[in-house]
Design a protein around this ligand. Structure first.
Ligand code: AHG
Ligand code: MN
Ligand code: MN
Length: 347
């Protein structure tokens, strides 16, 4: 066990030393973001209490309605990131168009996209939720004009940083700048994110699949075959897999990162492009999984190679252990098939 006391600030500074040309601007951007995540973690931990107190705090100090936690999280991130001079534009699940830097603040060369509160339908049941973010360089770094939609619509392989916060039994921050995936656990007694799991690697194959199987009847027949295959006992005992599904992408992907297996949000007759948004949910999570040695596919190719055409576009996604993702691709492309009656293997 590494006995060093590595705060996220120390980690960011040490990583910066590996980039000789670094100016420290990126480090300051990350520091501002970790402040926002600390504040959201605090608000998430009090969400139930806020609800209880909601009847007496109907109007907040700005005279506005007490808003949903995801809108609150959006506001916290905006106010933490709008003035640092590092960003030229942002995009958020909670904003239809571009989120501009106020004219009275200096603009920088980075772009940030984020899902301020992922899994918000789980809040009222006190189930794990998260925040997802990723950072790009703007397309033309010589400009100091407001960022454009083209700066947002970059393919995922161009992310310079990707990560998420997961508000579970503890609050953890997981991020990568391309030097591996590091996990920090928040210690509320000292208000610090401490490095708890350096350079996490995903197992090459797992034994868990994660999908909303309630939509089984609406899936492509090849995907139905794949999931039926996972549930059919095999002589080597590798199958059946277990099913785990939280319904918060951050939580399901975080478990997949540590335990292996596959997370899927596929297309279906009711969701022809799936449900998850490419830019601020799938790409950051795909970058983390890929950096940890896993794979992220839309069923035909690498998620990170997709060039987006719309801020809120959706994509089917299959991500996790490399061997599991390759296997589902082989089913979806008709290379593998499985007829339960004919192929059922005696256990
Ligand atoms: P968000 O709360 O940001 O809208 O995201 C919710 C998403 C994602 O977190 C999760 O994987 C998915 O919704 C669950 O959808 P289903 O309830 O359709 O399974
Ligand atoms: Mn989400
Ligand atoms: Mn959300």
């Amino acid at each position: 066990m590494d006995r060093r006391l590595v705060t996220i600030e120390r980690h960011i500074a040490e990583q910066q030393q590996q980039f000789p040309e670094a100016t420290g601007e990126f480090s300051r951007l990350l520091r501002d973001l970790t402040l926002a995540l600390r504040i959201i973690a605090r608000d998430v931990r009090r969400a139930g209490l806020t609800d209880l107190l909601g009847s007496t705090r109907v109007v907040n100090i700005h005279g506005e309605e007490v808003r949903k936690l995801d809108e609150l999280a959006h506001d916290v991130i905006f106010r933490a990131m709008d003035h640092g001079g590092h960003l030229c534009v942002m995009a958020s699940e909670e904003a239809e168009g571009l989120v501009h830097i106020p004219a009275n603040y200096r603009r920088g060369k980075y772009v940030m996209v984020f899902d301020p509160l992922d899994g918000s339908s789980n809040i009222d049941a006190n189930i794990t939720i998260g925040t997802i973010f990723s950072i790009y360089r703007r397309l033309d770094e010589s400009l100091d004009t407001p960022g454009t939609v083209e700066d947002i619509l970059q393919p995922g392989y161009r992310q310079v940083c990707a990560g998420y916060a997961v508000y579970g039994s503890s609050t953890q921050l997981v991020y990568t700048t391309g030097l591996g995936v590091d996990v920090f656990t928040f210690d509320p007694t000292i208000g610090e994110f401490l490095l708890s799991h350096p350079k996490v690697r995903i197992p090459p194959r797992g034994s868990i699949y994660s999908v909303n199987e309630g939509s089984f009847a609406l899936w492509d027949e090849r995907l139905q075959q794949y999931v039926t295959y996972l549930k059919t006992p095999s002589p080597d005992g590798r199958r059946p897999y277990s099913l785990r599904y939280v319904g918060t992408a951050v939580a399901d992907v975080h478990r997949t990162l540590f335990y292996g297996g596959i997370f899927m949000y596929p297309a279906s007759r009711s969701a022809p492009r799936g449900k998850l948004r490419l830019i601020y949910e799938v790409n950051p999570l795909a970058k983390i999984i890929t950096e940890a040695g896993g794979r992220a596919s839309d069923g035909t190719g690498n998620i990170l190679d997709i060039t987006p055409v719309d801020i809120h576009q959706r994509t089917p996604v299959f991500m996790g252990s490399a061997e599991d993702v390759t296997e589902v691709e082989q089913f979806l492309q008709g290379i593998h098939s499985f007829q339960q009656c004919a192929d059922v293997e005696s256990v």
